[in-house]
Design a binder for this molecule. Sequence first.
Ligand code: TYD
Length: 258
Amino acid sequence: MGSKEDTPEGSPSATDLSSVTDAKRGIGDSLCYDSHVWHGANHGRFITFEGLDGCGKSTHLERLAGFLREQGLEVLTTREPGGTEIGERVRSILLDSRTQGLAPLAELALMFASRAQQISEVILPAMNRGTWVLCDRYTDSSEAYQGAGRQLGVDAVLTLHRVICLGLQPDLTLLLDNDVSASLARARRRNLATTGEGDENRFEQENRAFFERVHQQFLVIAKREPGRVALIDARRPMEAVHADVVAAVRERLLPGKG
Ligand code: TYD
């Protein structure tokens, strides 16, 4: 799980933060998540959900949270961009279709600004308390949407991830895979329902080629990091998808709780 062998250039998993501390030393004390770095085995786990818009991530995230709470675990659910007061303000800039002319690199930087706040304010403190964190999207989305969709390049995204997130990787990523056409159909329905007041449809106005690139990159990530990423076919009925989500978590993070 998140082992150094199957993460890009040795990024640490959330359970292996000693190298985060080392990375921090390399880039200066101002970038410091140290106060939140845990030592010992009783920290929570970090699970992310990824996939195209409309793949059912949010529903499955909530269902998994319910399952984990039934196991007696403390669980916190959050999302990106957003998840903190500051991050939610950044989210509204990023997603509101009234935001015009945002440069692709500015978009990328804002995604990471929100993420840095979330890591510092939410993710690491929660895990330190022993709480499991379920996050709707994380750096894989930046790699897929900005790296591939916007064609900024994967290297730029992974470099920012190393610097801004100190390489913090989830213990497990559930990639809910569905078809681009299903995602586009949902985007069209959402756009029709838009009132013009403020919405979260800026990305959903992108064309099919954009989402094809995003989709392909998610598959590349799953292939590159099979130890971290569980690829789940989300074209099936909700119950079948949920069963696979739970199976992946049991197998990879709850051994012996079968
Ligand atoms: P989300 O709220 O998950 O939308 P949906 O419910 O439609 O799946 O994500 C908001 C949008 O932000 C989504 O279109 C993907 C985009 N996004 C990026 O482009 N890069 C990122 O790093 C993140 C976290 C999200």
